[in-house]
Design a protein around this ligand. Structure first.
Ligand SMILES: NC(=O)c1ccc[n+]([C@@H]2O[C@H](COP(=O)([O-])OP(=O)(O)OC[C@H]3O[C@@H](n4cnc5c(N)ncnc54)[C@H](O)[C@@H]3O)[C@@H](O)[C@H]2O)c1
Length: 134
């Protein structure tokens, strides 16, 4: 059986990655503790997505509600996967792999000419503040 471990599996990228690999006949072990709800409130919860993965894919998606930062969680993962995790801890922030295209959308507009703004940055930030997240 092909098995893959996906962290943040209930989130936007993780859930799509889970779907992708399940469709390629992998069994996905998903790790997500819904930290999003802790940070941003219930309306940002990814619980619905975790439940959707479980409903849509049944025993092809196995969820573990653990915190990936915990060394105990890493040990639990090693037990689940039967493999030694290659883990590196660092105090240096990640750099350079995340570009926020929202401030310059010329290239995006080139590819999707009919697309236009519904929200601009100020409106997004105002909405976040209005919802009491700061
Ligand atoms: N969305 C994008 O366009 C994009 C682009 C480039 C890179 N990324 C990166 O990909 C990663 C995922 O992005 P996303 O958009 O899917 O985010 P997301 O918020 O939708 O998903 C992240 C998931 O990780 C879970 N999580 C957070 N901390 C956790 C912890 N300690 N233990 C277990 N689970 C935890 C959250 O509950 C959430 O479900 C991020 O690192 C992001 O910076 C995203």
């Amino acid at each position: 059986m092909k098995k893959i471990l996906i962290t943040g599996s209930a989130g936007l990228i993780g859930s799509q990655a889970a779907k992708f690999f399940i469709e390629k006949d992998f069994t996905v072990v998903g790790i997500d503790n819904n930290m999003r709800a802790y940070f941003f409130g219930e309306e940002a919860s990814t619980k619905w997505n975790k439940e959707k993965l479980e409903t849509d894919f049944k025993d092809k998606y196995i969820h573990h509600n653990i915190d990936i930062r915990d060394k105990e969680a890493i040990a639990a993962l090693e037990k689940i996967t039967g493999k030694k995790a290659n883990v590196e801890y660092t105090d240096v922030n990640r750099e350079g792999d995340h570009i926020w295209y929202i401030s310059d959308v010329r290239k995006f507009k080139e590819h999707y000419p009919t697309w236009n703004y519904v929200y601009d940055i100020d409106k997004i930030l105002e909405e976040i503040v209005d919802k009491g997240h700061f």
